[in-house]
Design a protein around this ligand. Structure first.
Ligand code: SF4
Length: 257
């Protein structure tokens, strides 16, 4: 006679445990896979941004030097300038993504009338949502970019600071309100002139692209660590080429961020 196999209590209990563990494992794997995906999607969408820091201070460089502004510094840059004074921003994974609402709240908590979005390279992210939210709250938006990544967002002022490691995309030349070239060595003057020529060549498009035809302002900025060597060269260059002005990192003299 055939003997039927009747599972003992302990075998049945083991089977239930096994199923439960498998289910928990599946749930864990699903959550692990979904969490980064949803964060990634929100980053791709511009609802979250990797914020390094935000602070209310005085603009130290370029055309708006001396004006109060709320700075938003985003993490992530692959341009790799050897003299970069914000190397801690290069790896975006060090900075947890922050909802843009929280970034805007920070700007509204101070008396800022304008916001400077900088980095890192802020164009690594879609900034349309952040810009729209800042605009809804009546803030002027200034951008500081190398122009190495596609443009997103709308700005009241674009400061293009081109880097030879990763030259600007063509779309930035008709849009730049300010060209700021860092001078570390003599060949940087040639790089500065090349970029100025591209902006001048694109100036006919400015009115149609920008809606107005304000001129672009041209700045040469001595690289901070080479100031003593480079400053005399920059002074002489600007005296001989007066379409350029000198930009100094005045916030460093003022000991402010
Ligand atoms: S583009 Fe700006 S943030 Fe990026 S490496 Fe150069 S100086 Fe640093």
């Amino acid at each position: 006679m055939q003997k039927f196999h009747i599972p003992s209590y302990s075998q049945s209990h083991f089977g239930t445990q096994h199923i439960l563990i498998s289910l928990l494992f599946l749930i864990f794997v699903s959550i692990s896979l979904m969490a980064p995906f949803s964060t990634y999607t929100l980053l791709e969408d511009g609802r979250l941004l990797p914020l390094v820091e935000s602070f209310y201070t005085i603009q130290g460089e370029g055309f708006h030097t001396g004006e109060a502004a709320f700075f938003i510094r985003l993490g992530g840059c692959d341009v790799g300038c050897s003299w970069c004074d914000a190397k801690e921003t290069w790896n975006p994974q060090l900075f947890p993504p922050v909802p843009i609402e929280r970034i805007v709240e920070g700007a509204l908590e101070c008396q800022a009338k304008s916001v400077v979005i900088t980095g890192g390279e802020p164009m690594n992210y879609p900034l349309d949502r952040l810009c729209a939210a800042l605009k809804e709250n009546g803030l002027k938006i200034f951008l500081e970019t190398s122009g190495s990544a596609p443009l997103s967002g709308t700005f009241d002022w674009i400061c293009l600071s081109p880097k030879r490691n990763a030259p600007p995309r063509e779309e930035f030349f008709p849009l730049a309100d300010e060209l700021k070239v860092i001078i570390e060595e003599h060949t940087d003057f040639i790089w500065a002139e090349e970029n100025k020529e591209k902006i001048i060549a694109a100036s006919k498009q400015r009115a149609s692209v920008r809606g107005w035809a304000e001129p672009c302002y041209f700045f040469l900025q001595p690289e901070w660590s080479r100031m003593k060597v480079v400053m005399p060269q920059v002074i002489e260059y600007v005296k001989g080429n007066p379409t350029w002005c000198i930009s100094l990192q005045s916030h460093k003299f003022m000991n402010i961020p």
